[in-house]
Design a protein around this ligand. Structure first.
Ligand code: EPU
Length: 441
């Protein structure tokens, strides 16, 4: 029963909250520390379970991880070494981060063991781009019953690569491998998300030579050794957008300390089109973005998720909850993950009117068109949401269930709520501080 949250909805969220370093950068920066020969220091690390999992993985590999005040973390790789395959398997659990340890472990130990990967259930989540790239660097991948053994008997060598799709993870894989491979690597069709650019900043601080060209081309000149880094991560723009959508859906007013305009431009455009209001406070300390519902009716929009600089796939679910409150027909075309609209059934059970389609609606045809993936949605609004019992399917959809429960009249029970700790620090206390009526049964 301790995985259930009771939400008494119908109260607008009001007040101030804050976001810390981006989950999807922090976890990768922690892995990068394994490439250095001296300690690395990260600031503003969020206390979330995904960070705990990566920390455990680092510790299993002999990295000493210590915490300082207010989110400071020091990772000392001096004694890094072998880890027990069974322990890695047990520890990695549902995380997908272990795949990114390949390059650093190959450089450090000459081999790597990667357990079968988990992660949110939002699509097939294959790792074919990762494995193909590793092989092109000269690695040999052996699949075993419990995972993958990866070796590089002749070392890792720079190469010319092109990704079939600008995958965030595969781009990170290539960066983390190329920085210490012999010679130059040229990657085309790379992901260029702000978290990728921030990882490049981390690696450059360690001594890597990386050029980001236009048109998604990244060139990496391998170096023999890397040192540690000191880094303050970019803020979590997914969490910031989640609070922004919650403010809109509940007719509230939330200041998100730490949110940064430059990383959220596409989101902010949509926010304005829907009828939300925002105000940027650029103060270096205590600055952030205030998001609120200015009154009146919200407007329906057509939006399409895409790789950066498009509308992030992780912004889609919270925004759809807000769109249930907009007048007219909104269209959402999800082009990054093929199965990221399943959660809309739960919203319909609360009174929303959302129809999903196999066709590519409202945008350019994508990889998923005519392939039996329900990856487009039409949302008819405004709908009066009512309470329901909800089961959280994955991280982002899970937070959206919470937003819907907060916006709905009545008392909802949200099951599986602990999953939200993977990406949202201290979310229950944050909700309570914003005036939400939530409690454990
Ligand atoms: N893909 C392949 N083959 C591969 C790798 C990816 O086909 O080898 C496909 C995927 O199936 C997907 C698309 O490429 O359809 C994009 O996947 P990508 O590799 O970009 O995603 P990821 O690296 O696994 C990260 C974030 C996700 C975020 C995506 C897109 C982390 C830990 N995860 O995933 O965040 O949605 O990029 O921006 O950084 C989350 O935070 O909740 C989350 C799911």
């Amino acid at each position: 029963m301790n995985d259930v949250l009771v939400v008494h909805g119908g109260t607008p969220l009001h007040g101030k909250t804050r976001v810390r370093g981006a989950k999807n950068l922090v976890s990768k920066a922690m892995v990068a520390a394994l490439l250095g020969d001296s300690p690395s220091r990260l600031f503003n690390v969020p206390a979330i379970s995904d960070v705990e999992i990566v920390r455990g993985l680092m510790e299993l590999h002999g990295v000493r991880v210590t915490d300082g005040a207010d989110g400071e973390m020091v990772l000392d790789p001096t004694d890094a070494g072998e880890a027990d395959a069974d322990e890695i398997n047990v520890h990695a659990g549902s995380s997908r981060i272990p795949i990114l340890l390949c390059g650093p472990l190959l450089h450090r130990l000459g081999h790597a063991f990667i357990p079968d990967l988990g992660g949110c259930n939002i699509g097939g989540r294959p790792i074919d781009f990762h494995l193909k790239a590793l092989r092109e660097f000269g690695a040999i991948v052996d699949k075993t019953a419990s995972g993958m053994e990866i070796t590089a008997p002749n070392g890792l060598h720079g190469t010319k690569l092109s990704l079939p799709y600008p995958s965030v993870g595969a781009t990170e894989q290539i960066l983390l491998t190329a920085v210490r491979a012999e010679g130059v690597t040229e990657l085309s069709n790379a992901a260029i998300e702000p978290e990728i650019i921030d990882l490049i900043c981390v690696l450059q601080k360690m001594g890597a030579i990386i050029k980001v060209h236009t048109d998604r081309v990244i060139e990496i000149e391998g170096v023999k050794r890397l040192g540690g880094y000191v880094h303050r991560p970019i803020p979590d723009r997914i969490e910031a957008a989640s609070w922004a959508a919650a403010a809109l859906a509940t007719k509230g007013d939330v200041f998100v300390e730490g949110a940064r305009q430059a990383d959220m431009m596409t989101f902010l455009n949509t926010y304005l089109s829907v009828g939300g209001a925002f105000e940027v406070d650029d103060a270096p300390v205590g600055g952030g973005i205030r998001f609120w519902h200015p009154g009146g009716e919200l407007r329906a929009v057509a939006l399409e998720t895409d790789v950066h600089p498009g509308f992030m796939t992780d912004w889609q679910q919270p925004m759809v909850v807000a769109l249930t409150q907009a007048r007219g027909l909104s269209i959402v075309h999800e082009t990054v993950y093929e199965r990221r609209l399943g959660y809309t059934k739960a919203l319909n059970s609360m009174g929303a009117t959302i129809q999903t389609y196999r066709e590519c609606l409202g945008g350019t045809p994508c990889r998923f068109g005519r392939r039996n993936f329900m990856h487009s949605a039409v949302i008819a609004g405004p709908s009066k949401l009512h309470a329901a019992d909800l089961v959280i399917p994955d991280l982002r959809a899970g937070f959206s269930h919470l937003i819907a429960a907060l916006a709905a009249e009545g008392t909802s029970r949200v099951y599986g709520v602990n999953l939200i700790n993977r990406g949202y620090e201290d979310f229950e206390n944050k909700l309570a501080a914003l005036g939400a009526h939530v409690e454990r049964p």
